[in-house]
Design a protein around this ligand. Structure first.
Ligand code: ARG
Length: 296
């Protein structure tokens, strides 16, 4: 399923853009009802007014950009009273046509669970209702054949066994310790699901070391020795909350250092400004749920 990447440069080496774009199918939700009416992460301040029209315009740019590059984007209808539904990454986790639904840790978002599971079922996915608390692709990332799963703030570590059982894959548990990076997708970006010529999983990732405890940093160093380690300044502008098609990496325009690191490795950064949606504590990846398998 993964594409082979020939001519990948060694870590840190400059390279012409040899990266190969892979087709993506995403689920997004227009932020028609976006606002900040509660505070469930350190980025949210309900006393500050939000500009819903601006959020929609910025979101539209992301949507249009995906389409212009040939990706497929499905839409789920926004629901009034569920202002965080725009962050579709938290709607589920999908591999090979199986969609594991979510069980939010925060009551404010529990109303989103059913609409997302209904959408998956109506679009040909086999839906698994979750037992343990986890917040979907916000905390669960597919890196090659392996699943990386975060815990510490929102998803429970108990969910990791359930995820391994549902998908029959290895799950690597990573402990998030910085409240600003409360979901795994704010601290790790999967750039390229590569399986090398030798069949060995060599997914390329970027991550923010300071978001993890020492044990988890050790695991990341061992498993991903060539990973891009992103500076705190780029993490702080949600630089890692990015989507990638293996060549184009959709990032915040403010993550200048990360932009340079990506270029050095032959990726093509595409800048998308979602500043208004950052006020809800979400960015590009949060607004993007990958749909793997099932085509109806
Ligand atoms: N306000 C949302 C929450 O705190 C933001 C979710 C961001 N999503 C993500 N995948 N990191 O739940």
């Amino acid at each position: 399923m993964s594409l082979q990447n020939t001519a990948a440069p060694e870590a840190g080496q400059a390279a012409a853009s040899t990266r190969i774009q892979q087709h993506r199918r995403y689920l997004m939700c227009k932020p028609e009802h976006f606002t900040v009416s509660y505070e469930i992460n350190p980025w949210m301040h309900k006393a500050l007014p939000t500009d819903t029209a601006k959020a929609v315009r910025q979101w539209q740019t992301l949507y249009d950009t995906y389409l212009s590059l040939g990706h497929e984007v499905e839409l789920i209808d926004p629901v009034a009273g569920l202002p965080d539904m725009v962050y579709t990454a938290n709607g589920g986790f999908i591999v090979d046509g199986t969609a594991l639904g979510v069980k939010f840790s925060v009551d404010e978002r529990r109303g989103e669970e059913r609409p997302f599971m209904d959408w998956f079922a109506a679009h040909g996915f086999e839906v698994v209702e979750p037992v343990a608390v986890q917040e979907g692709e916000g905390d669960i990332l597919l890196a090659g054949e392996t699943i990386l799963a975060g815990y510490g703030f929102r998803s429970s570590i108990d969910s990791h066994r359930e995820i391994a059982d549902v998908f029959g894959r290895e799950v690597v548990s990573l402990h998030l310790v910085n409240p600003e990076f409360y979901h795994l997708d704010t601290a790790i970006s999967v750039l390229d699901p590569v399986v090398g010529a030798d069949g060995v999983d060599k997914a390329n990732i970027a991550y923010l070391p300071g978001a993890f405890d020492a044990t988890s940093r050790g695991i990341l160093e061992e498993r991903f020795p060539d990973a891009i380690r992103v500076a705190d300044a780029d993490g702080a502008v949600f630089g890692l909350n990015s989507a990638s098609d293996g060549r184009n990496v959709f990032i915040s325009p403010r993550a200048a250092g990360y932009d340079a690191q990506l270029r050095e490795r032959g990726y093509h950064p595409v800048h998308i400004d979602l500043s208004e949606l950052l006020r809800g504590g979400g960015g590009i990846k949060c607004c993007t749920l990958e749909l793997r398998g099932a085509t109806r």
